[in-house]
Write a protein that binds this ligand. Structure first.
Ligand SMILES: [Zn+2]
Length: 260
């Protein structure tokens, strides 16, 4: 088992889809956690299936994780649960750890310290597990997120995690804003507030997010993505009127522009 594990976590990942794991940390995922997301514990087995499927298929597993200190702007003694929250996922505590079901084995950690332009692609090359640390609910507050996405150039981002109406929402809106194709694994995610969760998923649907299930993702081995760009013409010639947008082409960042 150990040799296979080490091969899988270091081999060059398969291009195409990537698995995006939002904040599956003990404080959100366990009923005794400091900011438990209702029902999260029940979906941990589904999360484990997704992470295992990605590992087996050599698909990149990006995880975001809160890495708080008490003086972070998001932390408040009188939280509104929209932009401020009670203390949670404090650095070094048990609550900040990822749950066993989604644990990464040897991730490349990317903290808030920005890497010089151009350094992210060689760092990421050949790494299957990446850990994006953050001090706000929005993963795009990590200055390395943008460069990471440009380096990975995913055809599709398969998102799961917690909480749907806070951190999942910020991540997904950020992907959409950058022209990236997103699918959301609804049965491997949970929200804090039901009405707000519904409002978020309604917006995503309108903006073209695909809703999927753990079963579908696992059965596809994360591989039945868009047809390759050179097959696009032929594929759309079959009568489909769905416009195909290649995120590989649609997503541009300053670093990808200068290097291409
Ligand atoms: Zn937080």
């Amino acid at each position: 088992m150990a040799p296979l594990d080490s091969v899988n976590s270091h081999n060059a990942p398969v291009a195409g889809k990537i698995l995006w794991d939002v904040d599956t940390q003990a404080d959100f995922m366990e009923p005794s956690g400091k900011l438990y997301v209702p029902g999260a514990k029940d979906v941990a087995p589904a999360m484990e299936r997704l992470v295992d499927a990605a590992r087996a298929a050599c698909v990149t597993h990006v995880a975001s994780a809160d890495d708080h200190e008490l003086n972070d702007p998001e932390i408040s003694a009188t939280p509104d649960l929209q932009s401020t929250f009670p203390p949670h996922c404090l650095r070094g505590t048990r609550g900040a750890e990822k749950i066993l079901e989604t644990k990464q084995r040897d991730p490349l950690p990317l903290s808030l310290a920005p890497y010089p332009p151009g350094l992210i692609p060689p760092l990421v090359a050949g790494r299957r597990e990446i850990l994006l640390l953050k001090k706000s609910f929005d993963v795009f507050t990590n200055p390395n997120t943008e460069a990471l996405l440009a380096a990975l150039a995913p055809e599709e981002i398969v998102v799961f995690g917690v909480a749907t109406d806070v951190c999942n929402n910020a991540a997904i809106l950020g992907f959409l804003q950058r022209g990236l194709r997103v699918s959301f694994v609804e049965d491997a995610s949970r929200g804090l507030d039901e009405a707000r969760t519904t409002a978020c998923t309604t917006v995503w649907r309108d903006r073209g997010v695909t809703f999927t299930t753990t079963e579908e993702v696992v059965a596809s081995r994360l591989r039945d993505s868009l047809p390759p760009a050179d097959e696009t013409r032929e594929w759309s010639g079959t009568g489909s009127t769905t416009p195909l947008i290649s995120p590989r082409r649609g997503f541009r960042s300053p670093s990808s522009r200068s290097s291409s």
